[in-house]
Design a protein around this ligand. Structure first.
Ligand SMILES: [Mg+2]
Length: 218
């Protein structure tokens, strides 16, 4: 096998797609509907988190008692509308998926977003790029737990220690590192520091498959 890497796992929101901007819109609308305004600090804590956790942070930040299921449903439906029309690729993300497919390195999508919204996003992303997709509602424990990445490794039948995960958020990075993956961080909303098994890059633009594959030691 020409590459040391067995598979590449890639986060969706904020990594492949500039979708955190879409969530900004639906979260601000939900906050307004609940009679408040979401603080920037609370919004940052939601980056990379599950829907349930985001709703809990929002209710707490607004200091409101509201039905979590209703808020989750509002967010899901509004975000779905925006996912259909407003999704934009992050720089270099599409070219990277094309490159990985070209050399036959299996790629899996590992997202905290639920399957319903992910399927809408996959209309933009292209299902053909992914050997597997793992969504937030398909694992027992969401990111930052290792479960999503371990599930992806199981589905693609690879050793997570021989895989690279591409992530934009501290929660996602914690998940990938807990699963034993090498990490390429492309910070979007929150600054990320490099470490022993973690490389930081400003964007995916210009990233070669060889450079990515070499993040796993031979
Ligand atoms: Mg993300």
């Amino acid at each position: 096998m020409p590459y040391a890497v067995q598979a590449v796992f890639v986060d969706m929101d904020g990594t492949l797609l500039d979708s955190e901007k879409v969530w900004d819109v639906s979260l601000a609308e939900l906050a307004a509907w609940l009679g408040g305004e979401l603080s920037a600090a609370a919004r940052r804590r939601m980056i990379g988190s599950s829907l349930a956790r985001s709703v809990a942070i929002l209710h707490s930040d607004l200091d409101v008692i509201a039905d979590p299921e209703s808020s989750a449903a509002y967010l899901t439906e509004r975000t779905a509308e925006l996912y259909r029309t407003e999704l934009v690729w992050k720089p270099g993300a599409y070219d990277l998926l094309v490159g990985l497919r070209g050399v036959g390195i299996p790629t899996a999508l590992v997202t905290s977003t639920r399957r319903y919204l992910t399927e809408i996003a996959l209309d933009t992303l292209g299902r053909e790029f992914f050997a597997a997709t793992v969504c937030g509602d398909e694992v027992r424990r969401p990111k930052p737990h290792p479960d999503p990445y371990l599930r992806a490794a199981q589905l693609v039948d690879v050793d997570p220690a021989r895989c690279v995960a591409i992530e934009d958020s501290p929660l996602g990075i914690a998940s990938a590192e807990a699963a034993g993956c090498a990490v390429l961080a492309v910070p979007s909303e929150v600054a990320i520091e490099p470490s022993a098994n973690r490389t930081v890059r400003p964007t995916l633009a210009g990233l070669s498959v060889a450079e990515l594959a070499d993040l796993v030691p031979r």
